[in-house]
Design a protein around this ligand. Structure first.
Ligand SMILES: C[S@@+](CC[C@H](N)C(=O)[O-])C[C@H]1O[C@@H](n2cnc3c(N)ncnc32)[C@H](O)[C@@H]1O
Length: 218
């Protein structure tokens, strides 16, 4: 009963333009689906809030508003932000939204790093981590939620490729909802792909966590 109520309230607040503007400082006009952010986005925001030294930031899988990229640019005006997503429609909507909010960030389509040719000192990703086996019906944008290999295929590929796009002191913020993938599974993948965990960030009443990672190469 309490779980159901929590879910209903959460669904309401994360599709509210007013609450989104209050939490993120970002206005919303047009949207393509009615989840404007999720529990993992919130924990990533908490961690981004503490980061002041990073200047070149890649917001991987930026979604329909590039909400993290815009947020980071607002709190670090001199930063150079690039936001990318696999869906053209998300890229178009994010460009329109960033014009509305007057945040000067670059936004383009890219399947992970397929359209990226520079290095960053910070890369974040709130990847699709719900196991594909849990998909019950077809969705217009399945890559928002679902990934193969028990939810970890996209994250695996992201971690492998990221190393080529990180500066020497570069860091990754990887957000995962442990309701879908256990922390143990995440830790295993992180060490197998050649990273060490610098920090873990959590929030009360939130099952998502953010791993702050450095490549073992450096
Ligand atoms: C859980 S949503 C996160 C959206 C937004 N960043 C947020 O935190 O609210 C995951 C996003 O990653 C994108 N995505 C999934 N696979 C991707 C890939 N291979 N390359 C780029 N983006 C991808 C999806 O389209 C979706 O917008």
């Amino acid at each position: 009963m309490i779980g159901k109520l929590y879910y209903i309230i959460l669904k309401f607040i994360r599709s509210s333009k007013i609450i989104t503007s209050y939490i993120w400082g970002i206005k919303i006009d047009k949207f393509l689906h009615n989840t404007f952010w999720d529990l993992t986005t919130l924990v990533l925001k908490k961690e981004l809030n503490d980061i002041k030294q990073k200047k070149k930031y890649l917001d991987m899988g930026c979604g329909q508003f590039a909400i993290l990229g815009q947020f980071f640019k607002k709190i670090n005006i001199s930063s150079d932000v690039t936001s990318v997503d696999i869906y053209e429609k998300f890229v178009e909507n994010s460009i329109n939204n960033s014009e509305l909010n007057k945040t000067n960030i670059k936004i383009k389509k890219s399947n992970l790093f397929s359209n990226i040719d520079e290095k960053f000192d910070l890369i974040s990703f709130n990847p699709p981590y719900v196991p594909s086996s849990q998909k019950k019906y077809e969705l217009e944008f399945p890559n928002i939620r679902y990934s193969e290999h028990e939810g970890l295929k996209t994250t695996h590929d992201f971690l492998i490729e990221s190393k080529n796009y990180l500066m020497n002191d570069g860091e990754i913020l990887l957000g995962i909802n442990t309701f879908y993938v256990s922390q143990t599974h995440c830790n295993k993948l992180i060490s197998e792909t050649g990273y060490r965990v610098e920090k873990i960030t959590k929030m009360k009443f939130n099952t998502s966590i953010v791993f702050r990672l450095k490549s073992l190469r450096y």
